[in-house]
Design a protein. Structure first.
Length: 256
C-alpha cells in the first residue's frame, strides 16, 4: 500500500521545484524592458517601459527606468507607425545593458537631449531608424568579454565615447559617427570594417586605458586625430588612416 505521506512529500517537493523554477525564470526576465505605446520620454517608465512586448495590464509595466543591468528592446510595437524615443536624463543618467532596435518601423528616431546615455553591453541598430540624440553615447565596459556594435548603416550623433577597464567592442559592419569620438578604455576591434568619424578622434587622449586594433579597416577622420596609444595598445594591421580635410592634425607615435 502506497504511503499517503510519501505522496504528499513528493507533491511538496514538486511544488518547491516549480516555485524555484518560476522564480528563476522571473529573475532572468525581470530586467527586460520593452518600449511600447509610440513616442515618448525615456523617463516615462509607467507609459512606455513594459515587462513584456504586448502589455495589457498596469502590472505589466516597470516601476522604474532601465539600469545598467537592463536589456532594452525597441521594435514594431506601434502598429507599424514610426515613433521617437526621447532619451532624457530627468534626475539620473539614462543607462542600459544591451540595446536592440531590430525591426523598428521606417522613420523611427532615437532622439532626446541630455549629457549622455551609458550602454554597458551590445548595441544593435536598425537601418529604418536615425539618431538625433544631442548628448554623448557612452559605450562602457567593465566586464571581460567583447560586446558587439551593429550599426546597420545608422550614423551615431554628436559624440561617441568608449570607456572601461575590461573587455571591449567588436564592430559588426561599418561604423559611422557624425561627431567626435573618444576612446579611453577597453579594446576596439574594427574587424576590417570602414570607420568614419565626422569630427575629431581622441584615442587615449583623456585616459590611457584603450586598445585599438584596426585590422584592414579604412579609418577616415574629418577632423583632427590624436593617437596616444603605446605600441602595445595599437595594432594598425593593414589599415589606412585617412585625414579628409586640410588644416587638420594627426598626432601619434609611428603614424607619420
Amino acid at each position: 500500500m502506497k504511503s499517503l505521506y510519501t505522496t504528499r512529500a513528493a507533491a511538496r517537493r514538486m511544488a518547491i521545484v516549480f516555485v524555484c523554477a518560476f522564480q528563476l525564470i522571473t529573475s532572468l526576465s525581470a530586467d527586460n524592458y520593452y518600449w511600447v505605446n509610440g513616442s515618448g520620454d525615456w523617463s516615462d517608465f509607467a507609459g512606455h517601459w513594459a515587462k513584456i512586448p504586448n502589455p495589457t495590464l498596469p502590472a505589466h509595466y516597470h516601476a522604474n527606468i532601465p539600469t545598467d543591468t537592463s536589456d532594452v528592446y525597441f521594435g514594431d510595437t506601434n502598429g507599424g507607425t514610426a515613433y521617437t524615443v526621447n532619451v532624457n536624463g530627468a534626475f539620473t543618467v539614462p543607462k542600459c545593458r544591451n540595446m536592440d532596435w531590430t525591426g523598428v518601423p521606417a522613420g523611427t528616431v532615437w532622439g532626446g537631449f541630455g549629457s549622455r546615455i551609458e550602454i554597458y553591453g551590445s548595441t544593435t541598430l536598425d537601418a529604418n531608424m536615425s539618431i538625433t540624440f544631442n548628448g554623448s553615447v557612452r559605450m562602457t565596459s567593465f566586464e571581460a568579454g567583447m560586446k558587439n556594435i551593429v550599426s546597420n548603416t545608422v550614423h551615431f550623433g554628436v559624440e561617441t565615447e568608449f570607456v572601461g577597464t575590461a573587455g571591449g567592442w567588436n564592430f559588426v559592419g561599418d561604423f559611422h559617427a557624425n561627431g567626435r569620438v573618444s576612446h579611453e578604455g577597453g579594446l576596439i576591434e574594427t574587424n576590417g570594417w570602414k570607420v568614419t568619424i565626422g569630427d575629431n578622434f581622441y584615442g587615449n587622449y583623456y585616459a590611457q586605458g584603450g586598445q585599438l586594433h584596426l585590422g584592414g579597416s579604412e579609418f577616415k577622420v574629418y577632423g583632427s586625430a590624436f593617437f596616444k596609444y603605446t605600441p602595445a595598445q595599437f595594432n594598425a594591421g593593414t589599415s589606412h588612416i585617412i585625414m579628409v580635410n586640410a588644416n587638420t592634425f594627426l598626432s601619434g607615435p609611428d603614424l607619420i
